[in-house]
Ligand binder design. Structure first.
Ligand code: ADP
Ligand code: ASP
Ligand code: MG
Length: 445
């Protein structure tokens, strides 16, 4: 059972988590928890302030968040009983202050310090949740995720090392489960082989949960969040978005990748590999079934299931006479992106040009300088990728025509279709994206 930040935002949210865990206690759950809402952002904010040298200010910005943790623990843990969380919070406050001081003095590599700092969100949420569950009579036991999930050294977006992780998860958690204890661990955080704290990338708690579920060959992976499952569209854009009862892994992976934030893009993989069903459910409506993600949706193909989108997209157009009738051009181009560890999302080519999209523009200037050796480069920012997903879309007739005729007065900057069986992807200006999505949603749902 993985509970996202919105499921552990305040006292009322903790009540809902207690309810969800206690009603499934006989299924022997493992609980994975994200940082309380806003805490990861606050820790990253404090890191930035400290980096600019304002160490004191950085610490001050965290105080309201410490206070939120205390409020929860004081609410559930009766006055007069020893509250182990208070001591834990005092330690965390001291350690964070020390780490932020190191940031301002640059006394250790910043990437390492950043992950160490941001990890306190999940360290604290898992601790407070453990104490609260215990207070409610559940035999909860906090487990440090950093002792279980082993990753490479890519701070901020570390890759788990599967064999080692699988072994450690089994070794640590199976005895607890056998003793009817409920392990509670923070998502998102891990450690490299040297024991330094790493993180799995934003939204990474889903990934932690999938790794643990896969290692234990769980019967089910439950992702508890603030919406009822994966919906036909981001409910923040279309208020009439509906829950999709069943999705195939392939559909879910495309949706997750192209912006349906409800599932982390990598979540799916460990679960797929071990054929573990994933359920996405709502802590606010626990009786609703939510969405089941299964190996195959078992439904008739040619049906649009959902519309995902991703904003803040940059388009790069490279034109070169060298590409004409030659091989090796694409390889040279891709090597640039490999060198700067930048992922290409959508790509489309003609005889003399290539257009591609990036959502991470961190290394943009350097990439453009390198790519200019291959041809002329145009850079356009402020775009949105829209991705229409459904099993069997590639084989269906008339789909592209109905999508594009619905939005026929909109300029489409790039189209990709046919690479996967399940999606049709195109790029529009960010300013028109919400309107485009609403119109498509109205037409197809
Ligand atoms: P958590 O804190 O539980 O991990 P997230 O904020 O990461 O929650 O993901 C849940 C959010 O994902 C929802 O509140 C919703 O706004 C957004 N979202 C985007 N696309 C979809 C979609 N297709 N279906 C459901 N939710 C979506
Ligand atoms: N707390 C982390 C984040 O905000 C991980 C997560 O919530 O999944 O990105
Ligand atoms: Mg999330």
């Amino acid at each position: 059972m993985k509970f996202g930040g919105t499921s552990v935002g305040d006292v009322a949210a903790f009540e809902r988590v207690i309810h969800a865990v206690s009603t499934q206690i006989e299924k022997r759950p493992v609980v994975i928890v994200s940082a309380m809402t806003g805490v990861t952002d606050a820790l990253l904010g404090a890191f930035d302030i400290a980096r600019k040298g304002d160490f004191g200010d950085a610490c001050v910005t965290l105080e309201p968040h410490f206070e939120r943790h205390s409020e929860v623990s004081n609410y559930f843990i009766a006055n007069g009983t020893p509250n182990a969380f208070d001591d834990e919070l005092e330690f965390a406050r001291g350690e964070l202050s020390d780490l932020l001081m190191r940031v301002s003095r640059r006394s250790l590599p910043l990437a390492l310090l950043k992950d160490a700092i941001v990890s306190y969100g999940e360290q604290l949420s898992s601790r407070v949740l453990t104490e609260v569950l215990r207070e409610k009579g559940i035999a909860a036991r906090q487990v440090d995720a950093r002792r279980l999930i082993v990753t490479d050294d890519e701070y901020g977006a570390a890759q788990p090392i599967w064999d080692e992780t699988e072994e450690l998860v089994k070794l640590e958690l199976e005895p607890l489960l056998a003793a009817n204890e409920v392990p509670v661990m923070g998502g998102f955080i891990a450690a490299n082989r040297g024991g330094e704290t790493t993180t799995l990338g934003r939204g990474g708690s889903d990934y932690s949960a999938a790794l643990v579920a896969a290692a234990l060959r769980a019967n089910e992976l439950q992702i508890w969040t603030d919406v009822t499952g994966v919906m036909t569209c981001d409910p923040r854009i279309c208020v009439d978005a509906r829950t999709i009862p069943v999705l195939s892994y392939e559909e879910a992976a495309e949706l997750a990748y192209f912006g349906a934030k409800v599932l982390h893009p990598k979540t799916i993989k460990p679960a797929v590999d071990h054929a573990i069903p994933v359920r996405v459910c709502n802590t606010f409506e626990p009786e609703q079934r939510g969405t089941m993600v299964l190996a195959s949706s078992g439904e008739a193909p040619n049906k649009i299931k959902s519309i995902a989108h991703k904003k803040n997209i940059t388009i790069l157009r490279i034109t070169s006479a060298r590409k004409l009738g030659s091989y090796g051009f694409m390889s040279a181009l891709f090597q640039v992106f490999e060198r700067f560890r930048t992922v290409i999302d959508v790509i489309s080519t003609s005889e003399v040009s290539v257009a591609l999209t990036l959502d991470n523009a961190d290394a943009l200037d350097t990439i453009v300088a390198e790519v200019e050796r291959l041809g002329t480069v145009e850079v356009e920012s402020g775009y949105c990728v829209v991705c229409v997903v459904g099993d069997g879309l590639r084989e269906s007739t008339g789909l592209a025509s109905s999508v594009f005729s619905t939005i026929q007065d909109t300029n489409i900057s790039l189209i990709s279709h046919g690479a996967s069986r399940v999606n049709l992807t195109f790029v529009v200006k960010e300013g028109v994206a919400a309107d485009v999505i609403k119109r498509l949603h109205k037409e197809f749902f």
